[in-house]
Write a protein that binds this ligand. Structure first.
Ligand code: PMT
Length: 400
């Protein structure tokens, strides 16, 4: 299942050098499953050809002259009414000003006036143009009309100057599109707290006890919850992944830091999903100086870390649904059942980490969902995103 399956997005592209990034954005949205109808203004056509967009979306890209073609009298109405989301990226000062004034003098501005879907705008222009009171007034008006403005950001500009005016990166815009399209989904109004990645327990200033968790499964849970309309807090151990756009991210290193962060957010959450691989033990006395080889082989004494899930399940104010993961290399079901009961959970995701294509680091996972009502759902090999959707659907059924 693709996250944006059956969603229709009108992507308006206006005349800025950031048009080259719009092609990447169109490709990303298409790969997420959306049907992307691109409309170029005549200025955008100077920067990039419709064929580029047709090639990445597999669909016709529209230009201004289509307005006067055989289906011209209804084209803008059809494109506007069919859209679940209208996104203009890049949005120039000129188009922002037209939209703020309600002008409709080309296919894109006509379509936007006809559309009832949410409107996202990603401004891109030179710093001086962005700062101009006329542009700022247009943006303010558009905000009051309900549009959401994403960016710009500061950095190198095509003029050679540096300042505010760079369009947000396509990956981030695609993330905001997902949040916008997720609104009103099955988890609308719900708060989901996710832990992800492994913890690191310092031995000395340069060495840690760590594990192989990449964060992929936890980040997929956070993204899936956003796609289903939830407000998401992601407590993450060290991870190379980019956090899903729209999630509140709390970065931690150790199990104790993760415990503090999870407890700080648990009372407000409806669902807790603990996908993190938390170290059960930490060096009891981490050295504040690097341990030297010349000192001989050290003995590292360990102390037990808190069991975060168990602590949450004993709180008076706790999430309505508690979900743990059990990473097991043997006796998967009996070990997972034991953790489901001892940690006071509603569900545990039994994860056989002995297989090459499941568990740590890889993009796929094979799990069994064990619920406290005794139900067992054995899932086939799925992407970690698909696993996340199944886990959330099951968690939602407990919430109802
Ligand atoms: O990050 P990836 O590379 O994508 O890998 C995903 C994963 C394999 C890490 C993930 O799918 C997974 O199985 N996570 C749980 C790993 C684990 O440490 O399980 P556990 O059996 O040790 O712990 C059971 C549950 O208790 C877990 O939900 C864990 O977060 C929680 N726990 C564990 C120890 C501890 N001190 N406190 C806890 O709350």
């Amino acid at each position: 299942m693709l996250p944006l399956e059956s969603k229709r997005i009108v992507l308006g592209v206006t005349g800025s050098i950031a048009c080259y990034k719009a092609a990447d954005l169109a490709s990303k949205l298409t790969q997420l499953g959306a049907e992307v109808d691109v409309i170029l203004t005549s200025a955008a056509e100077h920067f990039i050809r419709p064929l580029t967009f047709q090639s990445v979306t597999g669909r016709r890209a529209y230009v201004d002259k289509d307005l006067w073609g055989p289906e011209g009298h209804v084209l803008h109405v059809k494109l506007g009414k069919d859209a679940d989301l209208v996104l203009v990226a890049p949005a120039t000062a000129n188009t922002l000003s037209k939209l703020a004034a309600g002008q409709a003098d080309n296919l894109l501005t006509l379509t936007i006036l006809a559309a009832t879907a949410p409107l996202m705008l990603a401004p891109a222009m030179d710093g001086g143009m962005y700062d101009h009171p006329a542009t700022q007034a247009s943006l303010e008006t558009l905000r009051t009309h309900g549009a959401s403005i994403h960016g710009p950001v500061s950095g190198h500009l095509a003029s050679g100057l540096s300042g505010m005016g760079r369009m947000l990166e396509p990956a981030e815009l695609a993330g905001y599109a997902r949040v916008t399209l997720g609104a009103g989904g099955p988890l609308d109004g719900r708060r989901v707290l996710v832990s992800a990645g492994g913890t690191q327990e310092p031995i000395d200033p340069v060495r840690v006890i760590a594990n192989r968790s990449s964060g992929k499964q936890g980040y997929a849970l956070a993204q899936a919850a956003l796609d289903m309309g939830a407000q998401v807090t992601l407590v993450s151990g060290p991870s190379a992944l980019s956090a899903p756009t729209g999630a509140d991210v709390v970065r931690v290193q150790t199990a104790i830091e993760m415990r503090d962060a999870v407890l700080a957010h648990a009372a407000q959450a409806d669902i807790l999903l603990m996908a993190a691989a938390v170290a059960d033990f930490r060096p009891s006395n981490a050295s504040d100086k690097k341990i030297k080889r010349a000192g001989g082989v050290p003995t590292i004494e360990l102390a037990a870390n808190p069991d975060i899930l168990k602590e949450v399940s004993q709180q008076a104010n706790k999430p309505a649904v508690l979900v743990g993961f059990a990473a097991e290399s043997n006796d998967l079901l009996s070990n997972a059942q034991g953790k489901l009961a001892s940690k006071g959970l509603d569900m545990i995701v039994a994860n056989d980490v002995s297989a090459q294509d499941a568990g740590f680091e890889v993009d796929t996972n094979r799990v069994i969902l064990l619920a406290k009502d005794g139900s067992q759902d054995e899932l086939p090999l799925l992407s970690k995103y698909e696993v996340a959707r199944k886990v959330l659907e099951k968690a939602l059924s407990f919430l109802k």
